[in-house]
Design a protein around this ligand. Structure first.
Ligand SMILES: C[S@@+](CC[C@H](N)C(=O)[O-])C[C@H]1O[C@@H](n2cnc3c(N)ncnc32)[C@H](O)[C@@H]1O
Length: 256
């Protein structure tokens, strides 16, 4: 890899704890994943790229539903954990999504799925050009990212319009503490590179907290209570608050 991705060290440190928590961690299991998966098409028999697969929770969901999955992740530890989860023959490679994915052929996927990864990439144009290249015409690009409104408030930004490097300490994974850098950006900076790459917006989900959400039974948004923004001060959402009162993530589907 030419330059290490900004969150490379953080995810190498966090990988094992992330893998242990991701199936049941409320924020992932009851908030981000249901929203993102609600945008997925029927995947049986389809070829899907899990871009930034982590320890493989989405890849497993796809494989159980009959998809043919290829996965990539920048973190060698995550790649190893994904293999442990899905078997040594699982097609997962170490690759940086900000660089050309030369080992993937043009128009070779029906769906590209990329949850919770793009925050770690500054310039999305090259990434989206590659997603566009590997998707067949009519193929679907589904991803989730931090919500621009949430990040703007949470990181106490002084300029909504700037794409800026932010970060904070993550404490919610089995006692592992890690400084997690990411890029915060506006809604326009989130959507424009996609339309510029040639994609057409299909659907957006801003997940809220429905009345029957399991988050209500858990008694606290543990993710919110375990994250301290770099700028200091208490998290904007109090740990006693059971459900997010504004969207934490945005799940989006685009068509090629
Ligand atoms: C929050 S995890 C999400 C993993 C998985 N998509 C999930 O939802 O469980 C973020 C993942 O993005 C990967 N990642 C970060 N920067 C990356 C990059 N530039 N290229 C590829 N993967 C990257 C990390 O290694 C990590 O596995």
């Amino acid at each position: 890899m030419p330059d290490k991705p900004i969150a490379f060290d953080a995810y190498e440190t966090l990988a094992t704890a992330y893998a242990a928590a991701v199936d049941t961690k409320p924020h992932n299991a009851y908030y981000e994943r249901p929203a993102t998966l609600s945008l997925m098409p029927e995947v049986k028999g389809k070829r899907v790229l899990d871009a930034g697969c982590g320890s493989g929770v989405y890849s497993e969901w796809l494989m159980k539903r009959g998809a043919e999955v290829v996965a990539v992740d920048a973190s060698p530890k995550m790649v190893e954990l994904a293999k442990q989860r899905l078997g040594s023959s699982f097609d997962v490679r170490q690759a940086d999504m900000s660089q050309p994915l030369t080992f993937l052929q043009d128009s070779s996927f029906d769906v590209v799925l990329c949850p919770l990864v793009l925050e770690y990439i500054e310039d999305w144009r090259a990434t989206f050009a590659e997603v566009y290249r590997v998707l067949r015409s009519g193929g679907q690009f589904v991803f989730s990212v931090s919500h621009p409104l949430h990040d703007y408030i949470y990181f106490k930004s002084n300029n909504y319009f700037e794409t800026e490097l932010v970060g904070g300490e993550w404490r919610g994974f089995e006692g592992v503490r890690v400084y997690m850098p990411s890029f915060r950006r506006s809604l326009e900076a989130t959507l424009s590179p996609l339309t510029e790459a040639g994609f057409c917006l299909e659907r957006i989900v801003e997940p809220g907290c429905p009345e029957n959400s399991p988050l209500l039974k858990i008694g606290g948004n543990r993710h919110a209570s375990s994250f301290v923004p770099r700028t200091g001060g208490p998290p904007v959402m109090a740990s006693s608050q059971k459900c997010p009162q504004r969207p934490r993530h945005l799940s989006i589907s685009f068509l090629r």
